[in-house]
Design a protein around this ligand. Structure first.
Ligand code: SF4
Length: 429
């Protein structure tokens, strides 16, 4: 059987043209996906049942036992942390927010360690963005700043930029100009029309120089700015000013370097300057599958996109204080529920050391680095493969994802809903 138009559950591109071949209830072939997406559909060795740590070994336990353990762990904790959420659907994220409010915990998603600074910059100066479809059909200049889509979002180029046909563009494949700004020559830089190599930490200065040139202050630019020559800066500014429609996509190479959200704010302000002359947009290259959705769901439900602390009985938001890494580094939280992410693979050592000292329940189909620190791991259906639901693409478009195979595994939403019901019942008693 072939399932057509499946949605890839790996990166923020959410490619929705995937064909998945199913035989005897298993995925045996994937067409149209990149290697990252195909690997996600084909899957690996999954946990068969929930497991609980017993000394140095693991014991198989039932779903009932595992769910009860997680509910009691959250109810008994003084300051529980509910973290992750980017690899799961909006429906599960909603239940997570209700749970965090009920136990007065801190709920945070992976954007606090990736595009959190972008969210802060957008809160300050707004977001002149657009959908991927608009870029595909209209953009004649595309800039990738501090991002390397060939390796991280492989089909971004073939579906929306470099290699995509544009409805309103003649010869888009040949005429569309691609500019890459980065500190090293990435694989994406190799195919760019213009590669701007910036000295590490120099992005803010380069953005400011481009803003000055766009404002007509070319004479104020020194011979080089953060390793970029004045001639190249003028050439890049000219390419942008002569574009009919330009799009900037930025990645962690801009958000996670010194200057953080101020770099993104400066990039947004460059785009605002360019919009005095032509049309330009700017968007973040969101990495995790539904990380955009976790910001959306948290915002509708609490008013804030990530790092929400319910300990005061109301939603409180202060990134740098209420973000998961800060709560863990201060050793404040005394229990953690991890859903749809693998913090042990990304967090600073200090945070992981604290995770190893407190009870941790993880919902994940596969053993991963966080498994080593868990008290209990509950295997769930793979979001977007054997669980359907709603995810947000990197441009903010919500997409209903399909279930391409059936399995006996419960979804994240099923497990969380049961956990939440037990917690509500216990609090009534
Ligand atoms: Fe999946 Fe991203 Fe590859 Fe598209 S680009 S197939 S969403 S991993």
């Amino acid at each position: 059987m072939i399932v057509k138009d499946a949605v890839c559950p790996f990166c923020g591109c959410l490619c929705d043209d995937i064909e998945v071949e199913i035989e005897s209830g298993r995925v045996v072939g994937v067409t149209n996906a990149c290697d990252l997406g195909a690997t996600k559909f084909l899957g690996g060795e999954r946990l068969k049942t929930p497991i609980r740590r017993e000394g140095k070994t693991w014991k198989d336990i039932s779903y009932d036992e595992a769910i009860r353990y997680a509910a009691e762990m959250l109810l008994d904790a003084e300051r529980p942390l509910l973290y992750g959420w980017s690899g799961t659907h909006g429906e599960a994220q909603c239940v997570g927010v209700h749970m965090a409010e009920l136990v007065r915990g801190v709920i945070d998603n992976t954007s606090s360690v990736c595009h959190g600074p972008s969210v802060l910059a957008i809160q300050e100066v707004g977001h002149p963005g657009c959908t991927l479809g608009v870029v595909k059909n209209r953009a004649d200049v595309v800039i990738y700043w501090g991002s390397n889509p060939i390796d991280a979002h492989p089909r971004h180029l073939s579906r929306y930029t470099c290699y995509a046909e544009g409805f309103f563009l003649e010869n888009s494949f040949r005429d569309r100009k691609v500019i890459v700004v980065d500190v090293r020559k990435t694989r994406t830089a190799n195919i760019a029309d213009e590669f701007v190599r910036v000295r590490p930490g120099g992005d803010y200065a380069v953005l400011s120089a481009l803003r000055a040139i766009v404002r007509g202050k070319t004479d104020t630019i020194p011979p080089t700015v953060a390793g970029v020559t004045r001639d190249q800066l003028i050439r890049v500014a000219d390419l942008c000013l002569n574009a009919k429609f330009g799009a900037v996509y930025f990645g962690l190479g801009l958000t996670m370097i010194p200057g953080k959200y101020k770099n993104v704010r400066n990039a947004i302000e460059l785009v605002t300057e360019l919009n005095r002359h032509t049309k330009f947009t700017i968007s973040a290259m969101r990495g995790h599958y539904n990380v955009y959705g976790s910001n959306e769901v948290n915002t509708w439900m609490t008013g804030y996109p990530f790092a929400i602390d319910f300990s005061r009985g109301i939603a409180f938001y202060n990134p740098g204080e209420t973000t998961a890494v800060d709560v863990l580094a201060r050793k404040e939280c005394d229990a953690a529920l991890i859903v749809g992410s693998d913090p042990a693979a990304h967090f600073p050592r200090k945070c992981i050391e604290h995770l190893a000292e407190i009870p941790v329940v993880q919902l994940d189909p596969y053993p991963n680095a966080t498994t080593a620190f868990c008290s209990v791991q509950i295997p769930v259906a793979v979001t977007g493969v054997d669980a359907e639901g709603t995810a947000y693409r990197m441009d903010g478009v919500p997409i209903r994802t399909k279930k391409v195979v059936s399995s006996d595994y419960p979804s994240d939403e099923d497990v969380l809903t049961r956990m939440y019901a037990l917690m509500q019942e216990a609090l009534k008693r």
